[in-house]
Design a protein around this ligand. Structure first.
Ligand code: DC
Length: 231
C-alpha cells in the first residue's frame, strides 16, 4: 500500500498557505494545488464577460456559462511551478491583481461555483500524494485528509506580505487598499453560508505572524512525518 497521504492546508488570505504547500509538495514529490487560483480564474472570466462589476453581479449568466469554462494547471518546468490555464489560455498573472482580489469572495460564495470546483479538486486528489490549499479543503474537499493545517497570522502582517509581493511585481497599490481587502475578505470568507472558512476540529493551527519560513517548514515536516507513520 502506498504511504502517500493527503495534506489539506486552510486559512486566511496571505498566511503563506501556497508557499508552504509548494515547498512541501516539492520536498515530498507530491502534487500541489492552489484552489484559490481556481476561484480567481472564475472571477477573472466573470470580469472579462461583464458579469461582475462594482455596480452589479449577474449571477445567472455566470452560472449558465460555468459548463463552458475549463480550468487546468500546467506545470512549467522552466519556472518550477504550475500556471492556471482557462480554456487553454495562461491567465496566471491576470488572476493575481487587486481587482480580482476585490471580487473573488463574491464569486466564491456561489454554491454552483463551489460544487463545480470541489468536484474537480476531489478528482485531482483521488490518488493521494497531494498538498492542496484553500479555505474548505479539510472541511469539505478532503474531510478525511491525514494531515490538516489551519494557518493564521495577524491582518497587519498579512497585508504587508501581500503589499510587498504586489509592489515587487510592479503593481501600483497602497498599503491601505491591500489591508482593507484582506480584512474584507476575512469577513466574507468566514461569514458566507456556503463552506465558510472554519478550522476543522482535527486541524492543527499554526500562527506564523512571528515565524520564519524555515522554522515553519521544519515544524510542518515533523507533522507530515508523524501523519505518514500513523497512516
Ligand atoms: O487563497 P487566495 O487568496 O488566492 O483565494 C482567493 C479567494 O478564493 C479567497 O478570498 C476565498 C476564495 N477561496 C475559497 O472560497 N475556497 C477555497 N478553497 C480557496 C479560495
Amino acid at each position: 500500500m502506498s504511504s502517500k497521504i493527503t495534506i489539506a492546508i486552510d486559512g486566511f488570505s496571505s498566511t503563506g498557505k501556497s508557499t508552504l504547500a509548494k515547498q512541501l509538495a516539492k520536498y515530498l514529490g507530491y502534487v500541489f494545488v492552489d484552489t484559490g487560483a481556481m476561484y480567481r480564474a472564475i472571477t477573472w472570466y466573470s470580469m472579462q464577460n461583464g458579469y461582475i462589476t462594482k455596480e452589479y453581479f449577474d449571477t445567472t449568466s455566470l452560472i449558465n456559462s460555468l459548463s463552458s469554462i475549463q480550468l487546468k494547471f500546467e506545470f512549467k518546468p522552466e519556472m518550477g511551478l504550475a500556471v492556471m490555464l482557462l480554456n487553454g489560455v495562461d491567465i496566471e498573472k491576470e488572476i493575481r491583481t487587486i481587482e480580482v482580489s476585490s471580487f473573488v469572495s463574491k464569486i466564491a460564495e456561489l454554491a454552483e461555483v463551489r460544487s463545480k470546483l470541489v468536484e474537480q479538486q476531489q478528482e485531482m486528489g483521488k490518488d493521494k500524494g497531494i498538498v492542496m490549499d484553500g479555505r474548505d479543503i479539510g472541511t469539505v474537499v478532503f474531510p478525511t485528509a491525514e494531515l490538516k493545517l489551519y494557518m493564521t497570522a495577524n491582518a497587519q502582517t498579512r497585508a504587508q506580505r501581500r503589499f510587498d509581493e504586489l509592489v515587487a511585481r510592479g503593481d501600483t497599490v497602497t498599503f491601505k487598499e491591500i489591508y482593507d481587502n484582506v480584512v474584507e475578505r476575512d469577513y466574507i470568507d468566514t461569514h458566507r453560508d456556503n463552506s465558510p472558512l472554519v478550522k476543522a476540529s482535527d486541524a492543527i493551527e499554526i500562527d506564523n505572524s512571528e515565524m520564519t519560513r524555515e522554522t515553519q517548514f521544519e515544524l510542518v515536516l515533523d507533522l507530515v512525518q508523524k501523519a505518514i507513520k500513523l497512516k
